[in-house]
Design a protein around this ligand. Sequence first.
Ligand code: SF4
Length: 415
Amino acid sequence: MPTLTFHTLSFALEPAALKVTLLNQFVTKIPLSDLTRIGEFQLNNAHTLEFKTSSNKKSELNDKKAELQFFGLLAKAFETLTNSINGNKAVYIHRNSGIPLIGSVEFGLVYRNSSLIEIKPVTSCNLNCIYCSVGEGKSSQKIDFVVEKDYLVEELEELLKFVAEPVEVHIGVQGEPFLYGDLLPLIEDLQRNPQITLISMDTNFTLVGKNTIEQLSRFSKLQLNISLDALDEKLAEVLAGCSYNLKHVQEMIKYAAKKGIKLLIAPVLVPGYNEKELEKIVRWVKELKMSHVAQRPLLGIQNFLNYKTGRNPDQAWDWGKFYAFISELEKKTGMDLKLSPEKFGIHKTKELPQPFIIDDVVRAVLKAPDRFPHSCLAAAKGRIISIPECDFRGEKKVKVKITRDKHNCFGGKVV
Ligand code: SF4
């Protein structure tokens, strides 16, 4: 009897449909009327479907055939994938999606010709910070992306062959990486690669418990960059833009430090909100026992900046004012608080050739809607191109004039 098992998918039976959940967060449905056309089936467990062979069928249903037919239904169902956190439409980017992983700053791989490579397996966040530079979170109305882990790792390995020197891989998503259902297997794959010397990751640390921290402590290359913006509970909640368990985050930071995980506490200075909190945070971090990372900064205060597509509760400080504030804080606390690429050992590496540059006109295929309304993603020559003011209406061949080409991240317009 054909049996299909998927570790990234879970299933639940509803009266008229099979509910499919991808990586614990993204949901869609397959009508039972479509599914029973493959054959009678039962759910053996949350991840396994078993189809029954029927004696009156002309050709016997085997595993391969059932799998092919099921994948057809799945592909159709993924067209209506939604993010269960915010109810927004979501796009699953996998090996067979035809969507390249280089070219967008939102998902996939971003290589800025330096020894720090960004990887972005998912978008979306469980908080709603009032200063979020990418406007992520529960109130986001943007389309979300989720990338197949093996596709991401294979493409990263190709890029690493090209770079041909040791690198830091930074999991820096537009959102919260612990929402990604395959995060631990992803880190495991990165840990195994000898070319990767450090795996850093930005997180709000609200979704982790002791069990996850214990699993993370196996990864010797991992460093967590944790946002912590206030030690006053009410203010922390105001900054998070939603209910926020400060005590839990502090407890988990302490536990991670105890377990020997490399940590960098990274508050954002939000003018008019938390200037007074920063000294308290620095002193609190100073008391945490994190001697095992003495060679690297323990704190990295970030300057809030105004972004057109982010949330802007106030006017950003200019860099002069920010650095004067940080210098003063360094004097008061005796802590090193200024960050620079040199302190992290980030340096220039081999330049990745760009298949096209500004003003080139290229033939591309529309592949998916992009994050903002009326915008699309198009694929050409192994790169993804973001195209504003273009509605997605299925795969369509278009001519695109390139309008942005920084670090192999492209923007364009249909001509
Ligand atoms: S700032 Fe970070 S934690 Fe806050 S909403 Fe944005 S992505 Fe989420």
